[in-house]
Every structure is written in C-alpha cells, then in structure tokens.
Design a binder for this molecule. Sequence first.
Ligand SMILES: *[C@@H]1O[C@H](CO)[C@@H](O)[C@H](O)[C@H]1NC(C)=O
Ligand SMILES: *[C@@H]1O[C@H](CO)[C@@H](O)[C@H](O)[C@H]1NC(C)=O
Ligand SMILES: *[C@@H]1O[C@H](CO)[C@@H](O)[C@H](O)[C@H]1NC(C)=O
Ligand SMILES: *[C@@H]1O[C@H](CO)[C@@H](O)[C@H](O)[C@H]1NC(C)=O
Ligand SMILES: *[C@@H]1O[C@H](CO)[C@@H](O)[C@H](O)[C@H]1NC(C)=O
Length: 353
Amino acid sequence: MRKHLKFSLIVLLLSLSFLCLIYTKKFQINSSATFNNESFESIISISTSPLTFDSIETAYVQPENGRNVFFIDSLNLTTNVVIKARTACAVESAALINPSFEVFLIYSSKERLQNIENTPELQAILTYPNVHIYFINDITKFTIGTPFEDFVKSGKLLNSKHPTEHTSDVLRFVLLWKFGGTYLDTDTITRLPFDNLEPNFACRHDGDNLLCNGVMNMESADKSHLVTLFSEQLVNDFNGNIYTRNGPQLVTSVVQKLCGTKNATEIINKKECGGFHVLPPEMCYPIPYRDHRQLFNSSFSDEVMKKVDSSVTVHFWNKGTKGIKLERADKSAYIKLAEQYCPRIMSVDRRFF
Ligand SMILES: *[C@@H]1O[C@H](CO)[C@@H](O)[C@H](O)[C@H]1NC(C)=O
Ligand SMILES: *[C@@H]1O[C@H](CO)[C@@H](O)[C@H](O)[C@H]1NC(C)=O
Ligand SMILES: *[C@@H]1O[C@H](CO)[C@@H](O)[C@H](O)[C@H]1NC(C)=O
Ligand SMILES: *[C@@H]1O[C@H](CO)[C@@H](O)[C@H](O)[C@H]1NC(C)=O
Ligand SMILES: *[C@@H]1O[C@H](CO)[C@@H](O)[C@H](O)[C@H]1NC(C)=O
C-alpha cells in the first residue's frame, strides 16, 4: 500500500515537472504567448483543474532561507472572489524578476480562497513554478511561539474596526518573523531583483518622511532581533480604531528608536541604524501617493518611466487608483510596466486591465 502510494507520488511529480518544462519552453520561445491559444489552454486546464489549495501550515513547499516574497489577501469575503488583473500582475512580476525566490500569496481566510474563481489571470500566475497560493488554516495556532500569540488569542484583531487592513498589518510581520523575506503590497510591480539588496529594510515615502510598510524586508527572528522589535511594538501599541496605526506609524516609530532620533534629516543621513536600512523613496515608491494618477495617464508616460528607471518596485496606490478604468491598448506607464514585467497577465485576452 505504502509502496503504491510512493509510486503514484513519483508519477505525479514527474508529470508535474514535465508540464512545468512545457511551460518554461513555451515562454522561452515567446514570452508574449497568449492564453486564447487552444493548445496552450488545454495544457493549463489539465494541471489546474480542479483547483485545490494547501494551507501554509501543511504545504509541501515552505518559505525558507529568507528567499521569500509574501503577498497577503486579508479580505474576509467569500462571494465573487476573483483575483484582479493588477494583483495578479504584482505576483507575476515578483516571480518573473526573482526566479530563485519563492513567491507566496497568502489568504487569511480559507473559505475565501476555496471560493476563488478559476480565471485566466489565476491560471497565468499558477504557471510560474515559484508561485504558491496558500491559506492560513488557523491563525491562533499559526502564531503560537511568536510575539503575536497572546495578542491573537485576546481577540483584539477580530474586534478591530478595520479588520482587513489590520489583519494584513499583523500577518506581514508574523510571516517575516517566522520565515524572513520581502513583504509586498498587492498594488506593486517588481522591476528589479531583491538579491542585490541587504536584508532588513523599509523605504521612505516622499513628502511626509514616513517609512511605509508596503515594501519591506526582514530576516526571520532566529537570524535577527529586528523583526521582534517591530512585532512587539505592534502588539503593545495596537489600536483597532486607527487605520494607519500599525502601518507607517509603527515602522517609523521603531526606526526612530533604532536611530536614536526623531529628526528625519538625521535618519536619512544615517541610512542604516542598528542593522536596519532606510532606503530612499525612489527604490520602492518612485511615484508618491499624491501623483498616483500619473501612472495611469498616458500624458505622463515618459516622465513616469524616467522616474521609475532605477526603482526596485513601483507602488501604484490602489486606494487611489482602483477606480481608474484602464484599457490594455492604453499607453500609460502602468501598461508599459505591465507589458514588461507581467507579460502573461498582459496576454490575457481582455479589454480592460
Ligand atoms: C511573439 O509572438 C508575438 C505575437 O504572436 C509576435 O508579434 C512576436 O514577434 C513574437 N516574438 C518572438 C520573439 O518570437
Ligand atoms: C497555438 O500555438 C501553436 C504553437 O505556438 C501554433 O502552432 C498554433 O497555430 C496556435 N493555434 C492558434 C489557434 O493560434
Ligand atoms: C470572517 O467572517 C466570519 C463571519 O463574519 C467570522 O466568523 C470570522 O471570524 C472571520 N474570520 C476572520 C479571519 O476574520
Ligand atoms: C534636524 O537635523 C538637521 C541636521 O542635523 C538640522 O539641521 C535640523 O535643524 C534638525 N531639525 C529639527 C526640526 O530639529
Ligand atoms: C491626464 O493628464 C492631463 C494633463 O494633466 C489632463 O489634462 C487629463 O485630463 C488627464 N487624463 C485623465 C484621463 O485623467
């Protein structure tokens, strides 16, 4: 019986790797392959139907060695669950640019992920062998032994006035504490590999000198004490009523302590405090929030492309831009970036992005 199971597993693994090979081949030949090509679609439907997802607690591929990228979907809504093209583009670009990193899209609600629609966008990101979509089965158990254990047990998170945002704020530190790696908001495009950056960083946001938590890297707690400082401060200062309390305010406040000053100019000049790196806005947020519309307006295309020229990620501020209707035929900077950094999502046959 065991032998039989082992044999089936090997056959399954072999056929899976064969399929991966086919994908890789196809995309090496022509990275702009479209998803309405019949032969291609039939290959995909074999491997992804029916869709089942693992929990991060039991999944075979685990985040390791800090070579991880994490995205989080913390919405607790189980109807019409569709991965948006722009979210899928965020995931694809991170996976494409960092082929030797594992990219995880983590759902905080099992039911939500189980209700996800099998769209071409979902299929497209699942063709990347380094993309893993998991849910967290039991957040109480998942946080045992972390600085979040008592906090989660206390129910403070569930009772927050902004449960979606605050769950995301908390989970990104839980994941970094346990596994280390880079956390990315789902409204980013990754342009350059993370290999070349030193671990333990956050980026400033131009204009208000806050350190944002939309793009940040931390080593796991067994390698560095830094992530524990952030986690403990989050738990101690948690306020379920204030939307931004556990985000930029938290990161900025911990960095001020690490640098021994609240003076932004001094922090900028130091660049690094106690092993934590304060990166300039151009690295992660080359277009500040106030200019978010420029990313989606073709009149600013050249100007924006110049500004993002050396950035590792481009944050596109979904809060402000989600209502902007964008055609794939558009010539805005966002579409130019999507063509380059999420070609498989760009090739999905839809009018709007
Ligand atoms: C890839 O395919 C597209 C459309 O089918 C074509 O326009 C393009 O020239 C091809 N590129 C390469 C490198 O073959
Ligand atoms: C699908 O792609 C294959 C190989 O790239 C090609 O030979 C075939 O003509 C394409 N089919 C359609 C319907 O475009
Ligand atoms: C999601 O919502 C359901 C129903 O409102 C609630 O019982 C559950 O605790 C929520 N889960 C999370 C993780 O917030
Ligand atoms: C911050 O530090 C800079 C450089 O040391 C100094 O010139 C400036 O006056 C300080 N600003 C405040 C508000 O203290
Ligand atoms: C794009 O920007 C130009 C110049 O500021 C402006 O006139 C135009 O209305 C903008 N277009 C859209 C769709 O917002």
